[in-house]
Write a protein that binds this ligand. Structure first.
Ligand code: HEC
Length: 99
């Protein structure tokens, strides 16, 4: 019984590690793939596109679909977990949506 419990605990903690977004990976994917084009639109370091007063994104689902659209415009296919990491990185650094 006790052993079963600890196995359950180990499984739970493994699952939450895989589910937790990797902000560092999100940042490097973003910096390598997304910044250049935004700089050409927005100037500066490109992050102004996320912080401009008339920015378009107003929720986490909207952020997620915009990341998808922009990613599609680059013609790359990323697995969902990479998209999630980039969304998490952008949300953590700029948007701060809670849902
Ligand atoms: C080929 C150019 C290009 C690339 C590459 C690109 N974007 Fe974009 N991005 C745009 C354009 C254009 C807009 C919309 C600007 C507007 O609406 O004024 C935009 C807007 C956005 C916004 C919304 C900003 C707001 O208004 O709040 C997000 C978020 C975003 N991009 C994320 C990404 C991510 C993540 C990547 C990399 C996976 C990426 N973009 C790559 C061109 C690009």
């Amino acid at each position: 019984m006790k052993q079963q419990l600890s196995i359950a605990l180990i499984l739970t903690s493994l699952a939450s590690t895989t589910l937790a977004a990797d902000l560092k990976r999100g940042k490097s994917l973003h910096d390598e793939n997304c910044v250049e084009c935004h700089v050409s639109i927005q100037g500066g370091d490109g992050s102004g596109i996320y912080t401009r007063p008339d920015r378009r994104i107003d929720s986490l689902p909207a952020l997620s679909s915009q990341v998808n659209r922009c990613k599609n415009s680059m013609g790359v296919s990323w697995p969902q977990d990479q998209i999630d990491d980039v969304v998490a990185y952008l949300n953590n650094s700029y948007y701060k949506f809670t849902e």
